[in-house]
Design a protein around this ligand. Structure first.
Ligand SMILES: Nc1ccn([C@@H]2O[C@H](COP(=O)(O)OP(=O)(O)OP(=O)(O)O)[C@@H](O)[C@H]2O)c(=O)n1
Ligand SMILES: C[C@](O)(CO)[C@H](O)COP(=O)(O)O
Length: 224
């Protein structure tokens, strides 16, 4: 490990990249390129210097592009299942779970997470919500949702591996699914630290996000 040294033990980055990219409509999303580099390659490149190993869950039958410094396993039917499989493919003490679909990951966010994990065992990058929030019904404004205290959750999310395994096992046993991993920890009543995320950490989900990613890449690639 060449990067951060706050933690005793080994650290692994776990990258769920087995999604089909339905909303983007360009095939398996992790392999979609932005300015000549895939989303997956960008996410791996950001994490590899900061952890001991990088594991990636890929769609069944696909392999890692050449030169991506990671180990690949087959992913599952859902993001939660892909992370469950990744958790069993490492013995690291601390894991950082990061969506392949969030290709612009500043080092400072990773460092803040690695500092936070020893305190509570679980931490996630997140940003305070800046927009007015409303619940809609049939295309019409129904209720204002007060935004005070609301955060938009990003990845990476950092955990003591044993704690995340326990949370996943409980969710599986009860047939519960969540949209992220920190939610599984919070559900058990354990604290999750909110670490400041970054606007550039947006998730490439729709064609509009891909256009934004092209613009960000022009600056990112010139400066990092
Ligand atoms: N079965 C799945 C589904 C998703 N993911 C990963 O989880 C992250 C967040 O998922 P999302 O952005 O929803 O990706 P997709 O599932 O590919 O998108 P869509 O829902 O539009 O099909 C992505 O890096 C995706 O590859 C995964 O590893 N395994
Ligand atoms: C994990 C996540 O990126 C946190 O915001 C998000 O929940 C993933 O959602 P998706 O619907 O699987 O893209």
């Amino acid at each position: 490990m060449t990067g951060v040294c706050f933690l005793a033990g080994r650290t692994a980055a776990l990258i769920p990249a087995a999604g089909s990219g339905t909303r983007l409509g360009r095939g398996p999303k992790a392999f979609v390129e932005v300015a000549g580099k895939s989303l997956l390659a960008r996410s791996v490149a950001a994490l590899a210097p900061l952890v001991d190993e990088v594991l990636v869950a890929l769609p069944e039958g696909l392999t890692l592009p050449e030169g991506v410094p990671a180990r690949a396993i087959p992913g599952g039917e859902t993001r939660q299942e892909s992370v469950w499989r990744l958790l069993h493919a490492t013995s690291a003490d601390v894991v950082l779970v990061h969506d392949a679909a969030r290709p612009f990951l500043p080092e400072g966010v990773v460092q803040a997470l690695l500092e936070a994990v020893p305190e509570t065992g679980a931490a996630t990058a997140a940003l305070p919500v800046a927009d007015t929030l409303v619940r809609g019904e049939r295309g019409r404004w129904a209720d204002l949702v007060p935004r005070a205290g609301l955060w938009a959750v990003q990845t990476p999310q950092g955990f003591r591996r044993e704690l995340l395994l326990r949370a996943h096992a409980a969710a599986r046993a009860e047939g519960f699914s969540a949209t992220d991993d920190a939610g599984l920890i919070a559900r058990l009543g354990f604290p999750v630290t909110l670490v400041p995320g970054d606007a550039r950490l947006f998730k490439v989900t729709t064609p509009g996000d891909l256009a934004l990613a092209q613009a960000v890449a022009a600056v990112w690639d010139a400066t990092s």
